[in-house]
Design a protein around this ligand. Structure first.
Ligand SMILES: *Cc1c(COP(=O)(O)O)cnc(C)c1O
Length: 410
């Protein structure tokens, strides 16, 4: 390995060890983001489901969780479902996406964003990201739509493929709010619905509005690696009562509420979150503000120590944003692409060998075999960032101060 690269890796790993200053004998790994329950009521709430027998979709914890989601995000309505992927699929269905439609999204996202589109028989259509927020670029989106799309009576049509463009799905990557107001403005000018993939953005705001509430519907994930986990789970958030009611209905097998009959009025899904998962989620929402506080402290400590390194810089949100710092994410700033990518590759193998979890950006979706034929704009930023973006250990419990003022609930 090149001396310069070896030295850079040592410097970065040493910053990570300094910042993550909590060590116990059982903490041999510095994890990217791990669930933590010791300061929560999780055991008591989950036990309640087991002792009462209310473990499945009926029971009171689902309602409590939805209430917690609304108060944390400011959403008027939320519907808790089985996972974020299904939440996205349901949201896209609700805004009218169907078979053979195209849906615009960035390629730098978790594969679930594109999968949810495909599950409806629609076609993912990729638009480049912007350097600042890592989210879909509003300039690319605007120029690209002008060059390929036209308004017709049937809606917005892609002139090249003849298919309808049915929606736009911006993603708030790693909890950094994307340039969502500008994207919304473009969607409005074309009359396109917008579904926000805010799976990673619980607790992230822009201009005081929670991510997911700028468009028609927003989606959260409560998978094991997210800020709040229900084991597996997700939710839709919206301020539109009609969309919320339809989401609830279609995720509950479109069951009609009749006292003595069992009847349904649409082909629908069994997507509601089980009570036992919701109970786990409520326990996590009770400590959400504490989690966010320590995520921010960890991020600020990183920024302080990283100032001395000249080959990486933390992703920074614009001043109107308040990100959740789910994953502190860095860009390798070395000029030459090949050196940047050599640093990234060696860093990934060396850090993981040492038990320090560093994660690359997802392989861009247009490079995956099932999506490599999908339509796309030019994607220079995505291509460039793929070999330059890394996320570093971001669990709040890696800070010793997190343990020093730990509340005792039980
Ligand atoms: C986690 C995630 C999802 C999907 O959520 P699941 O609950 O895992 O199905 C979708 N999009 C993004 C960006 C995610 O990180």
């Amino acid at each position: 390995m090149d001396r310069y690269i070896a030295e850079a890796i040592n410097q970065l790993l040493s910053v990570i060890r300094t910042v993550c200053d909590y060590s116990t004998s059982n903490q041999s790994q510095l994890s990217l983001h791990e669930p933590y329950f010791a300061d929560t009521n999780a055991s008591a709430y989950v036990s309640d489901c087991i002792t009462t027998g209310w473990v499945s979709t009926a029971g009171s914890w689902g309602k409590r969780l939805e209430h917690e989601i609304c108060s944390a995000t400011g959403a008027k309505y939320s519907v808790a479902v089985t996972n974020g992927t299904n939440a996205l699929r349901l949201a896209l269905h609700l805004v009218g996406v169907s078979n053979n439609d195209e849906v615009l999204l960035p390629p730098a996202t978790f594969v679930a964003t594109a999968n949810a589109i495909s599950h409806l028989g629609a076609i993912p259509h990729f638009v480049d990201i912007e350097p600042g927020s890592l989210g879909i670029c509003h300039c690319s989106l605007s120029n690209y739509l002008s060059s390929i799309a036209e308004h017709t009576e049937a809606g917005v049509i892609n002139r090249k493929t003849g298919r309808r463009i049915a929606a736009v799905v911006p993603v708030h990557v790693f909890g950094y709010p994307c340039n969502i107001s500008a994207v919304k403005h473009i969607c409005d000018s074309w009359g396109l619905p917008m579904v926000e993939d805010s799976a990673e953005a619980l607790g992230s705001f822009k201009n005081g509005v929670h991510c997911g509430l700028f468009g028609d519907l927003g989606v959260l994930s409560f998978n094991g690696n997210k800020l709040v986990t229900t084991g597996g789970g997700g939710a839709l958030i919206t301020n539109d009562r009609c969309l919320a009611e339809r989401a609830r209905h279609l995720s509950t097998t479109a069951k009609i509420n009749l006292p003595l009959e069992l009847s349904h009025d649409a082909v629908a899904w069994n997507d509601r979150m089980p009570n036992i998962n919701a109970a786990l989620g409520v326990a996590q929402f009770e400590v959400l503000q504490r989690r966010l506080t320590y995520k921010r402290k960890l991020h600020e400590r990183y920024c302080h120590y990283l100032k001395d390194l000249d080959f990486v810089e933390p992703i920074k949100s614009s001043s109107d944003c308040s990100p959740n710092h789910w994953l502190t994410t860095l860009r390798i700033t070395i000029d030459t692409d090949s050196t940047a990518s050599l640093l990234r590759n060696n860093l990934l193998s060396e850090s993981n060998r040492q038990g320090i979890h560093i994660r690359p950006l997802w392989t861009p979706l247009h490079k995956l075999s099932m999506y490599d034929n999908c339509p796309r704009s030019a994607l220079p930023i995505t291509e460039n960032y793929f070999s330059r973006i890394i996320s570093i250990p971001s669990s709040p419990q890696l800070l010793s101060s997190f343990h020093e003022d730990q509340p005792k609930y039980l």
